[in-house]
Ligand binder design. Structure first.
Ligand SMILES: C[S@@+](CC[C@H](N)C(=O)[O-])C[C@H]1O[C@@H](n2cnc3c(N)ncnc32)[C@H](O)[C@@H]1O
Length: 256
């Protein structure tokens, strides 16, 4: 039986090109906000991007840093990042295979450590946050961007269910209150947070993960038959498109 990290690689390795061109991943208000926030970072020599996928966080922030290390479990995602960084003339971007739960870097190695739309696949976020804190230099900064779980248990159960039906490597979209508490327990001091709606167009959302048609049909049925609170909470549209929230957390690592 494979472990969860192997399931992640099996899921993402064949889909690197789809993530390079995905509109949800290639753009978004979070990238501009992240650019503004890193200008405030006390030092900007190096950035670590954890779960880089096709590399969009690194591409957006590379002009602000001398060195960007993009890490992911999926070799095919890393090859895609290397090729795209070459085409974009971003020589400061290098790639390295790594698990978020075991980062192969010395203590205090990076000024800023970030992750975008990846943490909901990690099987152990508290361990990953401890690792991210360890490799951040004292007083450095952490940037978390991910889809948010819902604070309403009813809406949240539906969100997690359709995410898992769509993609078996899904673990959990954590709610804002869960993120605040995990960040605090990992020793980070929250400086800023922001949230905004992210529309997931049903067809491209399903196609990107090559969800089997029978699972896609179950998702449609679940959404169509859901209680009003769920349909309103996720702004479900007639074709199954829906609108969860993305959240961004900007936090400072302990100074010593
Ligand atoms: C949706 S993609 C990331 C999108 C990308 N960061 C962006 O901004 O476009 C999620 C990525 O997280 C990676 N991933 C999932 N679990 C991981 C883990 N435990 N450690 C490192 N990478 C992981 C997957 O391989 C996948 O490439």
């Amino acid at each position: 039986m494979r472990n969860h990290d192997q399931a992640v690689v099996a899921q993402f390795d064949p889909r690197a090109q789809a993530y390079l061109t995905s509109a949800v991943h290639a753009a978004g208000p979070d990238l501009e906000l992240a650019r503004q926030l890193v200008q405030q970072a006390p030092s900007r020599a190096s950035l670590l991007d954890v779960g880089c996928g096709a590399g969009h966080l690194g591409f957006a922030l590379a002009p602000c840093f001398q060195r960007v290390v993009a890490t992911d479990l999926s070799p095919s995602m890393l090859a895609t990042v290397s090729a795209a960084a070459g085409r974009r003339q971003l020589p400061q971007i290098e790639v390295q295979q790594a698990s978020a739960q075991a980062l192969p870097f010395p203590d205090g190695h990076f000024d800023v450590v970030g992750t975008r739309y990846s943490a909901h696949h990690w099987h152990d976020v508290p361990t990953a946050l401890r690792e991210m804190q360890r490799v951040t230099r004292p007083g450095g900064t952490l940037l978390i961007i991910d889809l948010m779980g819902d604070e309403s248990p009813l809406v949240d159960t539906h969100l997690q269910a359709i995410e898992l039906l769509r993609d078996p490597s899904h673990v959990r979209d954590y709610s804002p209150s869960q993120w605040r508490s995990m960040l605090q327990r990992a020793g980070f001091e929250l400086q800023q947070e922001a949230f905004w709606p992210t529309r997931l167009e049903f067809r491209s959302w399903i196609e990107r993960m090559r969800t089997p048609p029978e699972s896609a049909a179950v998702i449609r049925n679940l959404l169509a038959g859901a209680a009003l609170e769920v349909r309103e909470g996720l702004a479900v549209e007639p074709d199954g498109s829906f609108v969860p929230r993305t959240g961004l957390f900007w936090a400072r690592a302990p100074a010593t």
